[in-house]
Write a protein that binds this ligand. Structure first.
Ligand code: LIP
Length: 261
């Protein structure tokens, strides 16, 4: 087992333990952050603190870039864990079982390990740089089908209603050029659906690094491509919010043709 595979195992172990906190949650209370569409719960904080504690034990000196409690760090440091303790918090609050724990790991700014765990479905998506992507240990591959033969998932950037026109204008153009659309409410799970070939493409106009750091590598290692929606590269990793587009090769070509014209 090489070093990155060891890091993956460390993350998987911590994430599986942390998922118990998520699955045993009760009396979930949504606390508004930037607004009532941007919420956090005590369970987001508990899971983040648990993961930081476990990962620090196994990787002393590592830095953390996390959604809750304002962690910021040098994203180009030797060892950085990028954590979304509950991706799909709004679903979690409303009892819609479409949420996950997402942990990315970067070495000197290069995404090197990604782990996304959906405890409701008991689906663990993972990847190491150069080692392929897997779902519960079995290899997964992004779809090679044309967009017209696949589902399209999207995110509605609910924290940024000023992006609604751009989102739904793009969606209307794509809607008649795919089989149907889906909106699951978790960017990390949407990215894993691209990696597993369940959907041909996914886009969202505004995300944070913790939403996509793990899923980015999982898509890439599954043979897919991830860019910003305008086609520009998502590397180097940035703490700034930005759009994300992930797709299999043919669906990406179709998306670009439909959107750029
Ligand atoms: C969410 C994303 C979702 C997006 C939401 C939010 P959170 O992450 O997974 O796709 O539409 O605005 O960013 O806040 O639940 O970790």
């Amino acid at each position: 087992m090489n070093e990155l595979e060891s890091v993956r195992e460390i993350i998987i172990s911590a994430v599986k333990e942390a998922s118990v906190i998520m699955m045993e949650a009760h009396g979930i209370i949504a606390e508004a952050k930037s607004g009532k569409r941007d919420v956090v719960t005590e369970y987001d904080r508990k899971i983040q603190l648990f993961l930081e504690s476990r990962l620090r034990e196994r990787a002393p000196g590592a830095e953390f870039f996390c959604e809750e409690m304002g962690h910021s760090c040098d994203l180009n440091a030797a060892h950085v864990f990028i954590i979304d303790p509950i991706d799909g918090t709004m679903n979690f609050v409303h009892g819609m079982h479409s949420s996950c724990i997402s942990v990315g790991y970067a070495r000197y700014g290069i995404p090197s390990v990604g782990v996304v765990y959906d405890p409701y479905m008991d689906e663990l998506f993972s990847a190491v740089l150069g080692g392929g992507a897997a779902l519960n240990g079995a290899p997964i591959h992004a779809s090679e089908a044309p967009l017209s033969d696949t589902l399209l998932s999207f995110g509605s950037s609910p924290y940024n209603p000023e992006l609604a026109d751009a989102t739904f204008t793009m969606l209307r153009r794509l809607y008649t050029n795919c089989l149907d659309i889906r909106r699951c409410g978790s960017a990390a799970l949407d990215l894993c659906s691209v990696a597993a070939g369940r959907v041909g493409a996914y886009f969202e106009m505004q995300l944070s690094l913790w939403d996509y750091a793990a899923g980015l590598l999982i898509v890439q290692e599954a043979g897919g491509t991830v860019t910003h929606v305008d086609g520009s590269p998502v590397m180097p990793l940035s703490a700034e919010k930005g759009s994300i587009l992930a797709a299999g090769s043919q669906a990406m070509r179709d998306f670009r043709r439909l959107v750029d014209n």
